[in-house]
Design a protein around this ligand. Structure first.
Ligand code: ADP
Ligand code: MG
Length: 569
């Protein structure tokens, strides 16, 4: 099957290619990071598979990436001796986009260059970014373990289709040749490439080698007889996995670039925590909170979790056992010295060490967020705006940490006059009226619906603050949060209203009198409405509206009812 076959790109790939080329031109150089990142992943995968199948090394376990260029031909060539790809893998990996939710994602792009480039960055452009600088890309690849004549040559100009044919390739792994566009030929330059590798890929785990500086082929003199010496290569990056270095040897820039390598994001992270734990357990973690929510944060099937290494050997991506679901936005690496190299996802699920690591890592993330909240309110607010709704799943999932999580929460309240979630429970408590012993809240479909509620009238009159909860998840959240700082939460639309000590005695007596007088009216109303309501009561919670509906103290709230109805229950 050496015959050349031409195949069309999946529609989404065409769309992505088009958008990428047009929106990323101010960010072109990232193509190199993406390709080096893929090469590094391929080396990681080979090393992992070779743990149980030594043969895959084919006698060569000196894992590395090589970067060459030819300024006359305007090409850049990147080779790795990693896992490589079979013909089927090439067709899938370099012809389609495997991520779920891709079509939805693409439909959110607007055509606005600045906004789209950020979105595409979060989506992860990967391999296709080669077409930002190249008008033709060739891939030669052989899967480790396949025969030399089972290699594949893929070629495309990044428009509608690509061709693929079976070829012979002696060395396993992948070689990518970029034919640079005329206007991008400046990339075929030793100094430029070296500085890009340093900038973007200094701390991947493998060496990126280039021909020794004084031997760069681009610099020979024309027409001169030369005895071709074998080119000598040298590593141009540090090539030590970042998390293995001591913290004081790592620059912020290094942390940021490493984040981009593992998170497939090209914005800087919001914050990170890097820790070595020794003792009963022995592991290193490097955890990042992204600055922006990914496009698939609400997609249940979206991959999540940490990159797992064991004794520096890459084991798997998306190891989800190390953090709870409500911290699914956290990216990072965990490198364990306790786990056995042949763990599987199943084993991870029932492992005692993993369980301890999970609770320690959870605490680590919550502490890092608490610290941010204390040190930099503005930055914390930007975190909350992106990920607050995910964190609100916390109290239900993580009973032990619920007080800590509650402290991290921000709500809208009658203390302010906009719908921003900026008030912490500690803020609320500090403003409580003398004698007030509860934290009052109301849930509504929107902030404006909430503040218009007649239930709020009495609180306004008395100057008592009420939290206005208007996220879909809030009622669910409140069913798992009973108290904060020893104060109970009270839904002001539920059951009898008890303002505690805030109500004065005189007023109470007056209210009782009014209730007595109203008894005949109440009885008539009960009779008329008996099929619709359970009870009719005199209320003192209104000051302007004549009447309002309340839900029984133990009944489902109105929002919750809507969610259940929407779910068909
Ligand atoms: P991602 O790296 O996020 O998976 P990419 O678009 O960068 O997405 O790459 C797509 C896929 O192509 C990779 O997941 C991998 O399977 C394959 N691939 C890309 N480059 C290489 C390589 N150098 N060696 C082996 N496989 C590769
Ligand atoms: Mg990639």
């Amino acid at each position: 099957a050496t015959e050349k076959q031409t195949l069309g790109f999946q529609a989404e790939v065409k769309q992505l290619l088009h958008l990428m080329i047009h929106s990323l031109y101010s960010n072109k150089e990232i193509f190199l990071r993406e390709l080096v990142s893929n090469a590094s992943d391929a080396l990681d995968k080979l090393r992992f598979q070779a743990l149980s199948k030594e043969d895959l090394y084919e006698g060569d376990n000196d894992l590395k990436v090589r970067l060459e260029f030819d300024d006359k031909a305007q090409t850049i060539t990147l080779s790795d001796n990693g896992i490589g790809m079979s013909r089927d893998e090439v067709v899938t990996n370099l012809g389609t986009i495997a991520k779920s939710g891709t079509a939805e994602f693409l439909s959110t792009l607007t055509g606005d260059q600045k906004q789209d480039s950020r979105l595409i960055g979060q989506f992860g452009v990967g391999f296709y970014s080669a077409f930002i600088v190249a008008d033709k890309v060739e891939v030669y690849t052989r899967r480790a373990g396949l025969k030399p004549d089972e290699a594949v040559h893929w070629e495309s100009s990044g428009e509608g289709d690509f061709s693929i044919e079976t070829v012979t390739k002696e060395e396993r792994g992948t070689r990518i040749v970029l034919h640079l566009k005329d206007e991008e030929k400046e990339f075929a330059n030793g100094w430029r490439l070296r500085s890009l590798v340093k900038k973007y890929s200094d701390h991947i785990s493998f060496p990126v080698e280039m021909i020794k500086e004084n031997m760069d082929v681009g610099e020979e003199e024309e027409g001169k007889e030369k005895a071709e010496p074998a080119p000598e290569f040298e590593s141009v990056n540090e090539a030590t996995a970042l998390w293995t270095l001591p913290r004081n040897e790592i620059k912020d820039e290094d942390y940021k670039e490493f984040y981009k390598h593992i998170a497939h994001d090209f914005s800087d992270p919001l914050l990170w925590a890097h820790n070595r734990v020794e003792g009963k357990l022995d592991y290193t973690s490097l955890l990042y909170v992204p600055a922006k929510a990914p496009y698939d944060l609400w997609n249940r099937e979206a991959p999540r979790g940490l990159k797992l290494y064991i004794q520096r050997v890459f084991i798997m991506d998306d190891a989800e056992q190390f953090l709870p679901l409500y911290l699914r936005f956290v990216k990072g690496v965990v490198d364990s010295n306790d786990l056995s190299l042949n763990v599987s996802r199943e084993i991870l699920q029932n492992d005692k060490a993993v369980e301890s690591m999970r609770s320690a890592l959870t605490k680590r993330v919550l502490d890092m967020l608490s610290k941010l909240a204390a040190d930099d309110a503005e930055k914390y607010q930007s975190f909350w705006d992106e990920f607050g709704r995910v964190l609100k799943e916390g109290p239900a999932e993580d009973f032990i940490n619920r007080e800590k999580i509650a402290k991290l929460m921000r709500f809208s309240s009658t203390h302010q006059d906009d719908d921003k979630q900026t008030q912490s429970l500690e803020d609320y408590v500090s403003r409580m009226k003398q004698g007030q012993d509860k934290i009052y809240y109301i849930t509504a479909e929107s902030y404006s619906a909430g503040v218009k509620s007649p239930h709020l009238e009495i609180f306004r009159k008395k100057g008592i603050e009420v939290l206005v909860m208007h996220d879909r998840i809030d009622e669910w959240l409140m069913s798992h949060l009973n108290e904060f700082d020893g104060k109970h939460f009270q839904d002001i639309a539920k059951g009898e209203l008890d303002l505690g000590e805030v109500e004065d005695k005189e007023e109470k007596e007056k209210q009782e009198e009014v209730s007595k007088e109203a008894e005949p009216l109440l009885n008539r109303l009960k009779e008329v409405l008996k099929d619709h309501v359970e009870e009719v009561r005199v209320t003192h919670r209104l000051t302007d509206s004549p009447a309002c509906l309340v839900v029984g103290a133990y009944d489902m709230g109105v929002q919750m009812r809507r969610i259940m109805e929407a779910a068909g229950q």
